[in-house]
Design a protein around this ligand. Structure first.
Ligand code: XMP
Length: 323
C-alpha cells in the first residue's frame, strides 16, 4: 500500500545503495519536480549531492531568491547558482519566432548546465557519477508514446539530453504522479510555496513576450505578473486555477488615456486556465472584481502598459502558453 513514508524510505535506501560514496549533481528549475527529487536525494546522500540552478534571467519576480533561500533553508543542500542572464539575452536578441526562441533557450540551458557540471567535477574529482532528474510518470509515458503526433511545441527538457551522457541517471519520481510528488515534498518538509507551485514553463517569461525578448520588456512583464499572482493569492484562488500565464504583447500598441494625456502602450493578456493535466484546458471564470483589481493595478503600476485583456479561449484550440 502506497504511503509517502514508504516511498521516501524505499527511495532513500535505494539511492544510498546505488550511489555509495560517489557523488551526484542535480539541476534545479525552480519547479516542484526537480525540487522534490533533489530533496529526496539530499535526504539519502546529504553533502554528496550538489545542485545547480541556472538563472537565465527569464524567471518571475522572486523566483531565483526562492530557490536560493527557501529551498536551501529547508533542505541544507549545496547549491551552485549560475547567473546566465546576459548570455541568454544575447542569444535571444533579435529573435521573435516562438520555436526559435524555445530552441535557443533549450540549447543555452544545456550549455550552461554542462559548464557548471564540468566545474563541479573539476572541483570534486571523478567521483561525480550520477545525475538526478525530476522525471515523473506522465513524462515517461509521453516520451515513450511514439504516437507520431505533430510537434506542437518543443518542450525544453524533452530530448534535450545528449546521447553520449556520461552520467547514470537517478529518477526517484519516475513512478509518481504530480499530486503524489507534492505529498512527498510536503513530507520532506519543503515549504508550501515550493510544493504547491503551479506549473511554469522552462523557457520562462521568454515565451510570454510576443515579440523580441529584451531586459526592459522582461522587467515590465515581471511587474505585471507579480501583481496578477499577488491578487490571485490574496483572493484565495491559487488552488482553483491550474496556472495563469501573464503575456506581454510587445509588438502591439494601442491608444489610451491616463491623467490628461494620451498614451500609446502595450496590452497585457491574462490567461487563467483550469485543467487536469494541461493536455486540455478551459479558461477560468475568475470573479469580475478580482479581474478588475488586477487590471487597475497593472495599468496604474506598470509603465508602458495601458490595457489588460482576458484570454477566453479553451485548449484546444488555443494552447495554454501563447508561444
Ligand atoms: P501548452 O502551452 O503546450 O502548455 O498548452 C502545456 C503546459 O506545459 C507548460 N509548458 C512547458 N513546460 N517546458 C516546460 O517545462 C516548456 O518548454 C513548456 N512549454 C509549455 C505550460 O506552462 C503548461 O503548463
Amino acid at each position: 500500500n502506497w504511503t509517502t513514508d514508504n516511498v521516501i524510505e524505499e527511495q532513500v535506501a535505494a539511492i544510498r545503495e546505488l550511489v555509495g560514496d560517489k557523488r551526484a549533481i542535480c539541476g534545479l528549475s525552480g519547479g516542484v519536480d526537480s525540487a522534490v527529487a533533489a530533496a529526496l536525494v539530499q535526504k539519502a546522500i546529504g553533502s554528496q549531492l550538489t545542485c545547480v540552478y541556472v538563472d537565465h534571467g527569464l524567471m518571475r519576480k522572486g523566483e531565483t531568491e526562492q530557490v536560493e533561500k527557501d529551498f536551501v533553508a529547508a533542505t541544507g543542500v549545496q547549491l551552485k547558482v549560475v547567473d546566465a542572464e546576459e548570455r541568454f539575452l544575447k542569444a535571444l536578441a533579435g529573435v521573435s519566432d516562438p520555436e526559435e526562441k524555445r530552441k535557443i533557450i533549450g540549447r543555452e540551458f544545456i550549455r550552461v548546465f554542462e559548464q557548471a557540471q564540468a566545474e563541479i567535477i573539476a572541483d570534486e574529482g571523478p567521483a561525480v557519477e550520477f545525475l538526478v532528474q525530476g522525471t515523473l510518470y506522465p513524462d515517461v509515458v509521453e516520451s515513450g508514446g511514439g504516437t507520431g503526433a505533430a510537434n506542437i511545441k518543443s518542450h525544453h527538457n524533452v530530448g534535450g539530453l545528449p546521447e553520449d551522457l556520461e552520467f547514470q541517471l537517478i529518477e526517484p519520481l519516475r513512478k509518481l504522479f504530480k499530486d503524489e510528488v507534492r505529498m512527498v515534498g510536503q513530507e520532506l518538509g519543503l515549504p508550501e510555496e515550493i510544493v504547491q507551485r503551479q506549473p511554469f514553463p522552462g523557457p520562462g517569461l521568454g515565451i510570454r513576450i510576443v515579440g523580441e525578448v529584451t531586459k526592459e520588456r522582461l522587467d515590465l512583464l515581471r511587474e505585471a505578473d507579480a501583481i496578477a499572482r499577488e491578487e490571485l493569492t490574496a483572493a484565495g484562488l491559487d488552488r482553483d486555477i491550474w496556472q495563469c500565464p501573464v503575456v506581454l504583447l510587445a509588438d502591439v500598441r494601442s491608444v489610451g488615456v491616463q491623467g490628461d494625456g494620451r498614451t500609446y502602450g502595450h496590452p497585457i493578456v491574462l490567461r487563467p486556465v483550469s485543467s487536469e493535466d494541461a493536455m486540455t484546458a478551459d479558461w477560468s471564470r475568475l470573479p469580475y472584481d478580482v479581474l478588475a483589481k488586477i487590471s487597475t493595478r497593472i495599468t496604474n503600476e506598470v509603465r508602458d502598459v495601458n490595457r489588460v485583456v482576458l484570454d477566453v479561449t479553451s485548449k484546444p484550440p488555443g494552447t495554454i502558453e501563447w508561444e
